[in-house]
Design a protein around this ligand. Structure first.
Ligand code: PMP
Length: 352
């Protein structure tokens, strides 16, 4: 009988996090504001040639490099940041090597590490859920080959201090340290200017969040040119589709869209936080487009009550340290009144 590698056969079945697309999906941290009209216009002008030919990723890499102020050799475009993470993990983790990260964090890190047969070393954050910097540094070993840190973090929305992140980068010169900046635009803190001094540092970005292009799939991996060249050797050559490459220039040029969207998200985020404060619910002050809130023992009933009101929120209780917590993506200004009302009613109903 045909059998996959034992590592693959032993993986738990992957469950798509998409529960339902009916109603308002505030469970996946997508942009509720859609994308730039200029990007849509470019997509509508796509030609048969754009579709029938393999796209030139390198042209896009030059655009992104210019935008980020780095050299094109330092940039790899990927099929969403998920693929970029997968490439870094595959390049540096041999079986038995250690993947190090702090819980709670992005759920793909352990999945990718386990698939490679890495030893997954998890450090638990304290009650505040802040990045446990000293504990992470203490767990660095000669076998640590990848350290993954989402900054700001998912699902907490918290950002760590730049000096603390650099402490970790400096403490592990033999490991690839990936700073996953998927939510950069909502926070404004980046380690990209530090790449020149740290050849083991990678920074990841995505067009899925603030640019509203999750469905088109485009991620960016930035690192030392030499390390990126290793990734190019085994990464698939046509991983990025022609449609997203066709509209990349417009997406980058329309910063007015991004700025306005980020401002709206910050206002909606403050509305959510004000409501949680009023309701006496513990929440973590967010630097992203979502907020983590502790509902408590009634979490399941709350998520269901929200769903009955047409709002899908994420049950984050399986993420270590997030027992009883829901993660809620910020909606558009037009959606927020309904979202706030649904939260009020659902809390009243479940906390009776
Ligand atoms: N990193 C983090 C922290 C994320 O939250 C996400 C999306 N949920 C990703 C990476 C992956 O994003 P994408 O593959 O859509 O670029």
């Amino acid at each position: 009988m045909l059998k996959p590698r034992a590592l693959i056969a032993n993986l738990k079945p992957y469950r798509s996090p998409i529960l339902s697309r009916a109603g308002l999906s505030l469970d996946l941290n997508e942009s509720m504001a859609g994308c730039s009209r200029r990007v849509l216009a470019r997509l509508r002008s796509v030609t048969a040639r754009d579709v029938s030919l393999y796209a030139e990723r390198e042209v896009g890499e030059r655009l992104v490099a210019d935008f980020l102020g780095v050299a094109p050799e330092q940039v790899l475009l990927t099929n969403g940041m998920d693929e970029g993470l997968s490439l870094v993990f595959s390049a540096y983790l041999d079986q038995g090597d250690e993947l190090l990260f702090a819980d709670p964090t992005f759920v793909m890190y352990p999945v990718l590490g386990e698939a490679l047969g890495a030893r997954v070393v998890r450090v638990q954050a304290g009650e505040e859920l802040a990045l446990p910097v000293a504990d992470l540094v203490a767990r660095i070993s000669p076998r640590t080959r990848v350290i993954a840190i989402a900054n700001p973090n998912n699902p907490t929305g918290l950002a760590a201090r730049r000096e603390d992140l650099l402490k970790i980068v400096e403490a592990a010169p033999e490991a690839a340290v990936v700073i996953d900046e998927a939510y950069y635009e909502f926070c404004g803190e980046t380690l990209i200017p530090k790449l020149a001094r740290h050849p083991n540092l990678f920074v990841g970005r995505t067009f899925s969040k603030a640019y509203g292009l999750a469905g088109l799939r485009l991620g960016v991996l930035v690192g030392a040119a030499e390390q990126i060249s290793f990734l190019r050797r085994f990464g698939l050559p046509f991983n990025v589709n022609s449609l997203v490459l066709a509209c990349l220039e417009e997406a980058l040029a329309d910063q007015a869209f991004v700025v306005e969207h980020v401002a709206q998200v910050k206002r909606g985020r403050a509305q959510l936080e004000d409501l949680f404060r009023e309701l006496g619910l513990r929440f973590w002050p967010s630097q992203t487009n979502f907020v983590l809130v502790r509902v408590g023992a009634e979490l399941k009933a709350f998520v269901e009550a929200m769903q009955r009101r047409g709002v899908i929120v994420r049950d984050s209780s399986a993420n270590p340290g997030c027992q009883g917590c829901a993660r809620i993506t910020v909606g558009t200004p037009a959606q927020m009144d309904g979202v706030l009302q649904a939260i009020r009613e659902s809390i009243a109903e479940t906390k009776r």
